[in-house]
Each structure stands twice: as structure tokens, then as C-alpha cells.
Design a protein around this ligand. Sequence first.
Ligand code: PHE
Length: 442
Amino acid sequence: MGGRERFGSRAAVIMAMAGSAIGLGNIWRFPFIVGQNGGAAFILVYILCCFLLSLPILFSESVIGRRTSRNTVGAMEALAPGTSWKWLGLLTVISPIIILSYYSVVGGWSVEYLYKSLTIQFHPDNVEAVTGMFGLFTASGFKVIACLLLFLGITAGIVFAGVKKGIERFSKITIPVLFVLIVVIAVYSMTLPGAGEGLKYLVHPDFSKLTPDAFAAALGQSFFSLSLGVGTMLTYSSYVRKDENLVASGAGTAVSDLLFAILAGFAIMPAVFASGIAPSAGPGLVFETLPYIFAKMGTGGVVISAVVAILFFITILVAALTSSISMMEVGVAYLSEERGLSRAAATAGIFLFALVVGIMCALKGSVFDFLDKLCSNFLLTLGALLFSLFVGWKMEKEDVKDELTNGGTLHTNAKLFPIIYFLIKYVAPVSIAVIFISGLLG
Ligand code: PHE
């Protein structure tokens, strides 16, 4: 596959992967789940999950992707020809397209909310109307679909531009900007009167809330947040150069994602508590509570609250885009490499599919919820489990080592290899299976 594109540098790999990882999962899910499951105690469990279970899965996907330089289906066929493993390849083409469909609906909402903040609709004179805005907006099918179309259109445009000129360039510019923005918002948020309660919510360890559910929540959240189990990281790794250090870029990605999630917590929760509202999850938090807070903050200065609102919705929109492009790329790689479609046709095909399913999700909340649950509670975990089993039990140990140490030339990785391999082969699959099955049993 000589003509295949490659990311240009280590920084490019980390930015693209971190771009995929950093998204709505960090901004609207993480802060809420933390508070619900015991604050700092949960963050501790989450960090352990990240490094002991998620990172080995990221390495597994990286090994498969870079070893083969193929899309998810092609990779399975190259490493295990004629076996049922090709179904894992197919599963991980389909699941990111499903995620793309409903994720883009939310991406579309953030387009509208950026517009609302640019036109200063979260104004102190409007405080009472602001929380109702979300209901009004989502009830207007036309507007929601127009925003979805715009979001998916931008996603498709970047993906169509290619791995280097589209994905790499976009992520390299936006990821550093996202970090600056989230730090600025966090610092501002922590200076609000009453912010202390929000900080307490995030950092006060409450070990009594660490139930078995908290472990399942940590695992699910860290897979979703690191884009694991759906072939995204496998596909991105297939564009990583042979002389790149997979362990270093994987660790860099995981650390960036974790840092961003914690910063998002510090950006959002102090502001929520300062305003005296109970934190809610998901759409309610980002599209109802926060606009209300921006509007109320306006009494102390309309300009500053408008600026913070604009920065915040730019952050959400861009973070969502760097993730949605990674979901679309999986299917585009498959269709163009295995099905002989041009990149343009492959991009257009996935764009249309996601648009149709996205419209169904936008119009029917039950479809949205069903697909979200199907993916985040089931497909992601299943994919992650199978990837670790594939690398730990199906591939030759020597091949895995060869890939993670670049043929033995990376000495630190060679020293770490026994630990990494043990995590991939035993710790990750056993823990995931236990948490997964106990979740299924209720
Ligand atoms: N990691 C992304 C987020 O946190 C979501 C995602 C999931 C992206 C699966 C790609 C694949 O928002």
C-alpha cells in the first residue's frame, strides 16, 4: 500500500489521536459522572482504569493498525485471513458510523448555540427565557436538521481533504487552541463567588460512593473518551509511520485526554455551583444550565459573559469536530480501500447515511437514546474486549513485541513490554469481561 497517507510527525499523531479522544465525552459526561460517583475517589479509579485497562486497548488497536497499514476489515484479513475475525473488522466499521449519526446531532446543537452566543441571546434580560430555549430549538425540526447538516458537512469536508491535509492539519491547529480555551474558562470559573462548592464536588473523595457501578462507569467513560473499541484508533494508527514510537504516542494521547477531562470539570462545575443550580447530566448541563448561568453572569458585565459563552461553545464545537472526523475516517478508509470507491464517493456515502440516521435521532429522542446506549454500553466494550483478545491470544507475541518496540530498537519499550503484554493478555480482558458481565446482569 505504497500510496497510503501517513501522519507527518509525533506531534501530528498525538494531536490527531487526542483530537479524536477529546470531545463531548470529556466536556459533558466526565464532570457529571465524577460528582455522581464520589468525586476525587472516582477520579482515582478513573485514572487507574485509563492506564491499566484503556491504554492496553489503545496499544492493541495501535499494533493492529500500524502493523497492517489497513482499515479495520483489511487489517483483520491481513492478520487472520479467512477467519471470523473479519466480523470484528466489520463491527468496528459500523459502530463508529452509528456513533457519528447521533453525535452529529449534538454537534449541530453546538452550532446553533455558538450562533446564539454570538448574537448575545444569553442576555441578563433574558434569564427566564434561556432555559426554555433548548426545548424550543429541539422542537423545531427544521433548524435542528439544518444544524446537523452543517456539522456533518464540515466533518465530511475535512475528511475529504485527506489524512494529512484534512485531519492532521485541522487537529494540529485546533487541539492546542482547545487547551488554551479550556484553561481560560476554568480560571475564570474558579474565580466566581461560590465556586468553592464546585471544587469540593470534584476533589472531595467520598469512598462510600465507590460502588461496583462506579467501576463500570469509569470503564465505559474511559473507553468512550479515548475512542476505543470502535476501530477509530486502529484506523488512525494505520497512518502512523513505522519509525514512530507507539507506546509514547499512545501514552501522550491518554494523558492529554485525561488532562482535558479534568480541566473541563474545573471549567464547568465551579460555575454551576456558583449559580446555585444542581448539576445535571448531558444535554441539560451544556445546553440549559450553562446558558442560564451565562445569562445570569451578564448582570455583572454583559461583555465578559458573552465572551465566555462564545469561547465555551467554540470549544464544544471544535472538540466535537475533531472527534466526528475520526469516526467518519474509519468508514471512508474501509470503503475506499476494500470496496474500491473513490475518497469522494466514500465520504459522500457515509455523510448521507449518517445524515439519514442523524435526522431520525434528531426527530425521535428514543432512537437517539437507543443508539447511544447500544454503542456506549455494549458495542464499545465488546470491541475493546475483542481487540485485546486478538492481540493477546491470536497474534504471535513476537509480532506484538516487534511492533511496540520497532523491531527491538526502542529499548525502554522493550523493558516495558512484559508489563504491557501482561496487561493486554490477562488484566484487560478479564477485568473488562467481569465488569461487562456484571453490568449485563444488572
Ligand atoms: N472520544 C470522543 C469523545 O470523548 C467520542 C468518540 C467515541 C470518538 C468513539 C470516536 C470514537 O467525545
